[in-house]
Ligand binder design. Structure first.
Ligand SMILES: *Cc1c(COP(=O)(O)O)cnc(C)c1O
Length: 437
């Protein structure tokens, strides 16, 4: 028996008195009754905005549309809505119209690093595959805000086919990350088709799905959908809980179904000012996640997408949060804090410093309590010169052809066999001067 919250009863009653009995847990009913305009929002929540504010909000919605499921709306505490973490993620703010001069429409250069529509190929062995531009709820902090409600960016089946052909033609791709939009908003059969096509590619070893459905529309996790998903192992799911209040009886049930189907679950949280920029909230969130078999994966610094300035915190806030977790709680409950760096530089982890100093045979470390300790390094360590002739090495590595045969980036600077000692940015004036001489 599902016990409905008092908010759910009130909202269901206002939509239609029969709702709770028949429809509330039907995900299609939920999306069919999504709240997309101000007056419905006010009526269902029993609040009324002053005229001036309503006018400003209408302008915001015209640029960045509003869409909230009745379920997610029911998590808002109407009495103090302005400070409510669910309200702030789902409901527009006029601050979204403020564009700072350092904001960018596509800060992660996803469109620039896109060899074919729907694919961003940034890292050597994995791709981001945008399979849908439909979401159950429009997050106000969406990094792909530029695409929300944009009919031109709906991928059609021929785009999807071309993207799959690209993956098939590139044997180095061993990991495909489906995102969007929300991949779980696609019809079961269509998703099944995409997953089957990808699974059939020999070099694709794992598939991942990024979805916010367990948070904003948990009823979408039906037994039928889970039956589709479990046929395509190894399949990982990353979901997107930002606040402990989002973990409810309904979302727990959805997570249980996914975990019981053998799907490893991770979570990506975005650090948001006024929503979760607090060490105690984050600790409560990660604890609730692991209790529901979800492993915190990433904590993201809020991107530089246009209209998100009011959500951003200094990087120091994220470091403070990680400082409050490492050592204080289970290691597997601590996410990696990352900045998805502008210009397509990708996710860069940032951490408090634990290595305080070192000498030729000792490192000095500090722990989470502030205790300073030393680790004595070996006096003789015979480093094996690495010429990357792995077949002759005593370490017995058997390599596939698709593996990177040469190191790149900083790893290249560290390698023995490569003589590179500098990585020089393009258009370096000093280097250009050398060339001119
Ligand atoms: C995040 C991301 C990935 C996956 O990165 P992981 O660190 O492996 O989770 C892949 N491609 C793009 C473009 C991404 O933004």
């Amino acid at each position: 028996m599902h016990v409905y919250s008092s908010n759910q009863k009130i909202i269901a009653e206002r939509i239609d008195p029969e709702t709770l009995k028949s429809n509330w847990k039907d995900w299609k009913w939920q999306t069919g009754h999504s709240i997309r305009d101000m007056s419905t929002f006010e009526r269902l929540l029993g609040i009324e905005f002053p005229d001036e504010r309503r006018k400003e909000l209408e302008e915001t919605i015209a640029l960045f549309p509003l869409c909230i499921t009745p379920y997610y709306l029911s998590l808002i505490e109407a009495g103090d809505y302005d400070n409510d973490p669910v309200f702030m993620q789902a409901f527009p703010s006029v601050s979204e119209l403020i564009v700072e001069d350092y904001d960018m429409p596509d800060p992660l250069a996803e469109d620039t690093d896109s060899p074919v529509p729907c694919i961003t190929h940034r890292y050597p062995d994995r791709v981001l595959f945008l399979v849908s531009n439909v979401c159950a709820m429009y997050c106000r902090h969406c990094t792909r805000k530029r695409k929300v409600g944009d009919i031109d960016s709906i991928p059609d089946a021929s785009d999807i086919r071309k993207a799959i052909a690209y993956i098939a033609a590139h044997p180095q791709i061993r990991d495909v990350l489906l995102s969007g939009g929300d991949p779980l908003m696609l019809p079961d059969e269509y998703l099944d088709w995409i997953l089957s096509e990808l699974s059939a590619i020999e070099h694709v070893e794992v598939i991942r799905i990024g979805t916010r459905v367990p948070v904003v529309l948990p009823y979408r996790i039906t037994d039928e959908l889970v039956d589709v998903l479990r046929r395509h192992h190894p399949l990982y799911i990353n979901t997107h809980f930002n606040h402990p209040r989002e973990i409810t009886a309904s979302s727990k049930e959805a997570l249980k179904k996914l975990a019981d189907a053998g799907i490893p679950l991770g979570n990506q949280t975005v650090l948001l000012a006024g929503v979760n920029d607090c060490p105690r909230i984050m600790k409560s969130l990660v604890h609730k996640l692991v209790r529901n078999r979800v492993r915190p994966y990433y904590l993201y610094q809020c991107d530089l997408s246009e209209g998100l300035a009011h959500f951003r915190t200094p990087v120091g806030k994220g470091i403070e949060i990680i400082e409050s977790l490492i050592g204080h709680t289970s290691g597997f409950a601590v996410p990696t804090y990352v900045i998805d760096a502008p210009g397509g530089a990708g996710k860069i982890p940032v951490m408090p410093n634990y290595l305080i100093s070192w000498s030729t045979n000792k490192v000095v470390l500090r722990n989470y309590e502030g205790v300073i300790s030393t680790y004595r390094e070996p006096d003789c360590y015979r480093n094996v010169f690495c010429d990357r002739k792995c077949e002759q090495c005593t370490l017995q590595l058997k390599l596939d052809d698709a593996d990177e045969s040469e190191s790149v980036g900083i790893a290249k600077l560290l390698s023995d066999y490569d003589e590179t000692i500098l990585l020089v940015p393009q258009d370096n004036e000093r280097m250009d001067r050398r060339d001119d001489d």
